[in-house]
Design a protein around this ligand. Structure first.
Ligand code: SF4
Length: 254
């Protein structure tokens, strides 16, 4: 699959996270048409979308893992396509024990090393303001514990892979399978964008993939311990995240 050659090269502009990498429409120096690529990838199955990104970005691709059910699918899928795929997770320092257990179960099953991104100097995790930050300012807490760490994780790569789905929430309802991520200044693949709940669980069961046991305890979505609760059946895919507040995203995916 080759990109469309445009008549006039676009100038390189500053990378959104400040490292000066070229913005679209280039991939590995090749001029492409972002809209054409987005339409093309949107018609691919999840596995084919991952395979496409592996072929296109090669070592410049990173899989972000949250150790929720969608991560279990993506880890298995990616491993089958590219056993040397690179995975990372953001450790906010306040994750559930079950989340670490899931990390270890997946690592044992596939022989994967999940790169831990944590303790960025100058952020909440590294200083004494950590405990107060969550209580006083959740926006700043997410910015410090999550978004800045993501910038570090993605600093050297051209495309990252997320497990978000359109059924997750209103804010994700229009998520493309592939596109430019302005927030972090690189390409982003959402291979499960059009998957529903049944597809996720069928995949996990069919392939016997380890998954986070909190899902069996009423947690539809799993993040940091202080901001995640169980939720009633049918309450929604993001129910239980920042319950009782208007907050729906941490800033990584929206
Ligand atoms: S989800 Fe809660 S604890 Fe985690 S980074 Fe955001 S505000 Fe802080």
């Amino acid at each position: 699959m080759s990109g469309t050659v445009l008549p006039t090269p676009m100038p390189a502009v500053a990378h959104a996270n400040g490292n000066g990498r070229a913005a679209p429409p280039t991939i590995k120096g090749e001029l492409v048409d972002p809209a054409e690529l987005a339409a093309e990838v949107d018609g691919l199955s999840a596995a084919d979308a991952v395979a496409w990104a592996v072929e296109r970005f090669q070592r410049d691709l990173r899989f972000a893992v949250s150790f929720q059910k969608t991560s279990s699918v993506i880890v298995d899928m990616a491993y089958r396509i590219a056993p040397d795929a690179r995975f990372f997770y953001v450790d906010t320092g306040v994750l559930f024990p079950e989340t670490y257990e899931t990390r270890d179960a997946l690592a044992d099953r596939y022989g994967i090393e999940f790169k831990r991104i944590a303790d960025l100097p100058g952020t909440a995790q590294a200083g004494e303001r950590a405990a107060n930050l969550l209580r006083l300012d959740p926006d700043a807490c997410c910015a410090d514990r999550k978004v800045e760490l993501m910038r570090t994780a993605l600093d050297e790569v051209s495309c990252w892979v997320s497990g978000i789905r359109r059924v997750d929430s209103q804010t994700r309802a229009d998520a493309p399978k592939f596109g430019w991520d302005e927030r972090f200044g690189l390409w982003k693949l959402n291979p499960l964008a059009d998957w529903d709940e049944k597809q996720v669980w069928n995949y996990i069961k069919d392939h016997h993939v380890p998954y986070n046991p909190l899902h069996d305890q009423g947690y539809p979505s799993i993040g940091c311990m202080p901001c995640t609760t169980a939720a009633p059946n049918g309450a929604g895919e993001r129910a239980g995240r920042w319950a009782g507040t208007d907050r729906t995203e941490c800033g990584i995916n929206g």
